[in-house]
Design a protein. Structure first.
Lengths: 289, 343
């Protein structure tokens, strides 16, 4: 019984993490209809920046986290302005090829600069270990992830639904031409959204170094997970990808615990079955129009 | 009614063998005799060309973007490996065909998943199937050898006469003949009314359906054929290298394949063949400069190709050959830029 709760807890933490990693992709892929397979590269960038700051420069972990966000967002905005914006109107094939190219470059570049072995981030002592709550073992680090990610989710939902910027973004996505006609600066809105998504990915990358492992092949290894979150979740709101991430997280952790020999088999099967059943995702409207 | 004969004469005229094509194949065969020390790498190119040809059939002609074409390659490779290892079918040509059919069966059943949904769902499903097969191959390591791969495969002589030699000469000509036969078949397919209907589907599925083309059935058919081709390419890989390991299913293999096809150009059959040659040469070049980080340069090539624009690059590449052809054979003989890609 207790192990069931622990699995549930770990699964929720894992799912929350996946959500923060992938929700930027939900916006670019689902809302802007751009197939960006290189999303994991931004997460990796955030993770490595955090690792360098904490391990080499001796910064506190909790200060390095926001910096990972800012740095990834900066990289994102530079790439968006320099490269990505030329490809918004191109075919999906072009977008796939372009982003695979970026992934390959990022993998080789990080391998060259940082080496190919797995990187660990030194955690403050307060975040290590676990404590018992009504007999359920709760990892401090995972609890922190749940708190941070839960807070971010609520904030995102509020920004999207309640603020001026949120309504501009929704307008720009629904009908870019009409939005321009109304005086909304659509390219700026897209650039800002893209950068914010990359920043979140960077933050997720920094948080996930402990749980998912951080090495140069991170973007390739987890690409499929980010894509699952978006395609299964759909993109009508933040809720769809959020529920899909939780489902994926709990399913993956439970699958690895109960049928360890089947490995990633469980997740891929679930994904294919869901996509056959609902080609446009479980929740809301189509993921790509 | 008057347009009907025009369409058929146009189709027949475009299906005729051109001097350039015959010259191409003569050059390819000549390479086999001119560079006897390079059989291994040339065999690799021939295999990749066949694999690229199979992707071109669905991507260039039917507009299906696939990120997991390695699935069929892998099934073909393991099928050929297992057939040879356990001596079920020891004759290579027969084993090749059987391995191709194994991939074809998988292609037929997965095609129902692929024709549902839009580009993005297709990407996911094809990628998912390849990853699933990789996970399965790793799981059932007692059959597939797991991460070590199939070892100790010994190939019997082809048709009982031509034994595989250490220099790879037999392997090269064997692969080349298979490539040529399948190329002729593919050429026949894409120039048939069936092939024309595929192009109509690629350009606009809705309109194709409106003029009475059974879109889904055609897509299933070409996907199955393409899986057969990929399976044969995989089987050739196993037979000529006597090896089958987990990386036949890897994502990098599918991605490299896309790059190959994009270098050569989609939507015309020589695209995959030329792309395979250029890709292999680039790979050799990069891995001699930086043995560890050649992936970076491959990625850079992809990004640059997309940013510059694929059609524009092909016009530049074809500029010089066309200038020469125009001098000798007149304006009509020039090689045209392949048709635009699906959007």
């Amino acid at each position: 019984m207790t192990s069931l709760f622990t699995i549930l807890f770990d699964g929720v933490a894992y799912g929350m993490l996946l959500f923060v990693l992938a929700c930027g992709l939900a916006v670019t892929l689902g809302l802007m209809n751009f197939v960006n397979l290189a999303h994991g590269a931004f997460a990796m960038a955030g993770g490595y920046i955090c690792a360098v700051l904490v391990n080499n420069s001796g910064w506190p972990f909790l200060v390095a986290l926001p910096l990972a966000f800012v740095a990834s967002a900066a990289i994102g905005v530079v790439l968006e302005r320099a490269l990505y914006r030329h490809l918004y109107a191109r075919s999906h094939l072009d977008q796939v090829l372009f982003s695979i190219g970026l992934v390959f470059m990022s993998v080789a570049a990080v391998d060259y600069i940082m080496g190919s072995s797995r990187v660990f981030i030194k955690l403050p002592a307060a975040l290590e270990g676990q404590f018992d709550l009504f007999g359920v073992g709760i990892g401090r680090y995972r609890l922190m992830i749940i708190v941070i990610c839960g807070f971010l989710t609520v904030a995102l939902q509020l920004i999207l639904a309640r603020t001026r910027f949120g309504s501009r973004l929704r307008a720009a996505v629904d009908d870019p031409r009409a939005a321009i006609g109304l005086g909304i600066n659509v390219p700026q809105v897209f650039a800002f959204t893209f950068a914010f998504g990359c920043g979140l990915a960077g933050l997720g990358g920094a948080l996930s170094a402990e749980i998912l492992g951080l090495d140069p092949y991170f973007p390739l290894k987890f690409m499929i997970y980010f894509l699952i979150v978006v395609t299964v979740g759909g993109s009508s709101s933040i809720t769809g990808p959020f529920l899909a991430s939780l489902l994926l997280g709990i399913g993956d952790v439970a699958g690895k615990y109960y049928v360890p020999k089947m490995g990633p088999f469980v997740i891929y099967t679930i994904m294919i079955v869901i996509l056959i059943w609902r080609p446009n995702g479980l929740f809301g409207r189509t993921a790509a129009r | 009614m008057t347009t009907l004969p025009d369409v058929s004469t146009h189709a027949v005229a475009s299906a005729r063998w051109r001097p350039g094509e015959i010259a191409f194949w003569i050059v390819v065969v000549a390479c086999g005799f001119l560079f006897p020390s390079r059989y291994l790498i040339m065999t690799d190119i021939v295999r990749l060309a066949l694999f690229a040809l199979s992707l071109d059939l669905i991507l260039g002609y039917a507009g299906i973007v696939s990120l997991g074409h390695a699935a069929f390659f892998g099934v073909g490779a393991y099928a050929a490996g297992l057939l040879a290892l356990h001596g079920i079918i020891s004759e290579p040509v027969l084993a090749l065909v059987v391995a191709g059919f194994a991939a074809m069966v998988l292609g037929f059943f997965t095609s129902f998943l692929v024709i549902r949904g839009v580009d993005l769902t297709r990407l996911m499903v094809t990628l998912g199937i390849a990853l699933l097969l990789e996970a399965l191959a790793e799981r059932f390591s007692d059959i597939t050898g797991g991460t070590d791969g199939l070892q100790g495969i010994e190939m019997q002589p082809i048709l009982g006469h031509f034994a595989f030699d250490i220099f790879g000469k037999t392997g090269f000509f064997y692969s080349l003949i298979v490539l040529f036969l399948l190329f002729v078949l593919a050429r026949r397919i894409v120039h048939s009314p069936f092939g024309l209907s595929l192009r109509a589907i690629r350009n606009n599925p809705l309109r194709a359906a409106a003029i009475g083309i059974p879109v889904n059935r055609r897509l299933i058919a070409i996907y199955t054929v393409s899986a057969f081709y990929a399976g044969i390419a995989g089987a050739l890989f196993t037979q000529t290298t006597a090896l089958a390991s987990l990386d036949v299913f890897s994502f990098e293999r599918s991605a490299d394949l896309m790059l190959m096809l994009v270098i050569g150009g989609t939507g015309y059959l020589y695209g995959g063949l030329i792309g395979a040659v250029v890709f292999k040469m680039l790979q050799e070049l990069f891995s001699t400069i930086t043995p560890q980080y050649w992936l970076f340069w491959i990625g850079l090539v992809l990004v640059v190709i997309v940013l510059v624009g694929r059609a524009r690059i092909h016009r530049w590449v074809l500029w010089l050959p066309n200038l020469i052809i125009r001098q000798f054979a007149g304006r009509r003989a020039v090689v045209v830029v392949p048709e635009s890609d699906p959007s």
